[in-house]
Design a protein around this ligand. Structure first.
Ligand code: NAD
Length: 479
């Protein structure tokens, strides 16, 4: 096993070459970094909220100034041009949005009043930021997922150390320059690079942890956090279902399902990964889906053209191929697309539609994370709901029906945290507005969205004042 000080190679998903290296901090250096952050957090957490917000807004401005460089770095790591260059602006919007909503939602969380149990006791709540938060993030959306939890945590007054995935860490260099532009922030926010060993070491240093990644790693992270009794907020994978009813506008349904299945090469946690269509419209829906799928082009050789880029993580192509092979061996039919193909060192896959699938197949039960849409027919609404809920996961789901009310009726019965009605894959819409919990293996530890997305970074305290004489033991007698 390599020593922690060793450099790790980073693969370019378009060329297949290792053309970048990261150097994980040694355990000693990691400990020093965390001590520095802890020391700086004391002043950061004590600052008035308005001052922290002013600092964060300066960071947003700095990201905007460096957006091109950040987008360029992320584009190399992910192989995606357009989305990678949109991400810095999404992060900027995220900072400005949380800065706008934080004062009111913190205010609402500060309770005071008179005890309903002891009328002589008044109380006042206090929110104390968790001193040092660790963030461990995945490769599929490097900058966005490295900062999704860090932004509200910093506003809350925490110091944050972020360990992004070793598969896609190039954004760290340009982002560090934006942090360095804002010295007050640089004292309480640090990005460190490394693989799972650095992730494990980080858990030993922090007071709470936000993890986004796979179920397998999430389990290890949960155990390590449980051993230290620190709060763990885990966001894992999904196998999102979409239900298309007999009354649905099939063009709308095919448009929504296709986009949510293949956008970002299907490498989004809330991608649509299985579709249940009423038997009366199954064939017509599949025809539309295939027609639309066939119009999509690979984003090769020019990363600025086409619709479907390479697999970011090379091993993902093999997993997706294995799911398709398993399905075909068990009787599924390939309506379009097929296997991954190697072009110029990268692995690509055309939009793929499978029919005649069952829940005995991996493509309907395990996270595929590729541009694959398996479609299964159902006869009754009850059956559709039972099939959609027959999953180890429960991240998000979608219902496309004749109208919103019909979709809502079904959506209310789906075991998933965020259910899109009349569209699919729009979970990000509620980021600062509504809370959602993941079901089953998709997550643990409270909503990362809505008010709790920020309030979870506080330890809630209560200060109680007794305005009467304290109870006297002599008067109380025997308990
Ligand atoms: P992964 O679990 O392989 O790695 C995630 C992170 O954990 C990386 O930074 C990695 O270095 C680190 N890590 C690995 N082993 C570790 C260990 N033992 N201790 C601590 N950290 C360790 O996940 P991935 O392949 O990078 O990401 C893809 C997965 O993430 C998919 O399952 C996807 O659905 C999921 N995901 C979920 C969400 C969500 O919001 N629910 C969002 C995006 C991605």
């Amino acid at each position: 096993m390599a020593a922690a000080e060793d450099r790790l190679p980073v693969r370019n998903p378009r060329t297949g070459d290792n053309d970048y290296w990261i150097t994980p901090p040694s355990p000693k250096r990691l400990h020093e970094i965390c001590q520095e952050l802890r020391a700086a957090q004391v002043a950061w957490g004590a600052r008035p909220l308005a001052e922290r917000i002013a600092v964060m807004l300066r960071w947003a401005d700095a990201i905007e100034r460096h957006a091109q460089a950040i987008g360029d770095a992320e584009a190399i790591d992910t192989g995606r041009w357009k989305l990678s260059h949109q991400v810095p602006h999404m992060v900027v919007d995220g900072i400005r949005g949380w800065c706008k909503s934080a004062p009111a939602l913190i205010d609402r969380a500060l309770l005071s009043g008179t005890s309903t149990i002891y009328p002589n006791v008044s109380f006042q709540s206090q929110l104390k930021p968790i001193p040092l938060l660790g963030v461990i993030s995945p490769w599929n959306h490097p900058f966005l997922l490295a900062t999704l939890d860090a932004i509200p945590a910093l506003i809350a007054g925490c110091a944050v150390v972020v360990k992004p995935s070793e598969i896609a860490p190039r954004f760290v260099e340009p982002v560090q320059r934006t942090v360095d532009d804002v010295p007050e922030l640089a004292a309480v926010l640090r990005f460190i690079t490394g693989d799972g060993r650095t992730g494990q070491a980080l858990i030993e240093e922090v007071d709470a942890l936000c993890f986004t990644g796979s179920v397998g790693t999430g389990r290890k992270v949960a155990v390590a956090c449980a051993n230290r009794f620190i709060p763990a907020f885990l966001e894992m994978g999904g196998k999102d279902a979409a239900v298309v009813t007999a009354t649905a506008d099939l063009d709308r349904a095919a448009t929504a399902v296709l986009r949510s299945s293949v956008f970002a090469t299907g490498q989004i946690c809330f991608s649509t990964e299985r579709v249940y269509v009423h038997e009366s419209v199954h064939d017509a829906f599949v025809q539309k889906l295939v027609e639309k799928s066939n119009q999509l082009e690979l984003s090769y050789p020019d990363p600025r053209r086409g619709h479907i880029g390479p697999f970011t993580f090379v091993r993902q192509a093999a997993i997706v191929d294995a799911h398709i092979d398993d399905a075909l061996a068990q009787g599924a039919r390939l309506a379009c697309g097929g296997k991954s193909e190697q072009l110029g060192g990268g692995h690509y896959m055309r939009a793929t539609v499978l029919t005649e699938v069952t829940h005995a197949m991996k493509v309907m039960t395990e996270e595929t994370f590729g541009p694959v849409t398996p479609v299964m027919r159902y006869r009754t609404e009850e059956e559709a709901i039972a099939l959609a809920n027959d999953s180890d996961y429960g991240l998000s789901a979608a219902v496309i029906a004749g109208d919103v009310e019909e979709a809502r009726r079904i959506g209310e019965r789906l075991d998933a945290g965020a259910v899109a009605l009349q569209d699919a894959g729009i979970t990000i819409a509620i980021l600062r507005d509504a809370e959602k919990n993941s079901f089953n293996l998709s997550g643990m530890g409270g909503s990362r969205m809505g008010p709790n997305g920020l309030l979870r970074f506080y330890r809630k305290k209560a200060l109680m004042a007794n305005h009467a004489a304290p109870a006297d033991m002599l008067a109380l007698g025997e308990a």
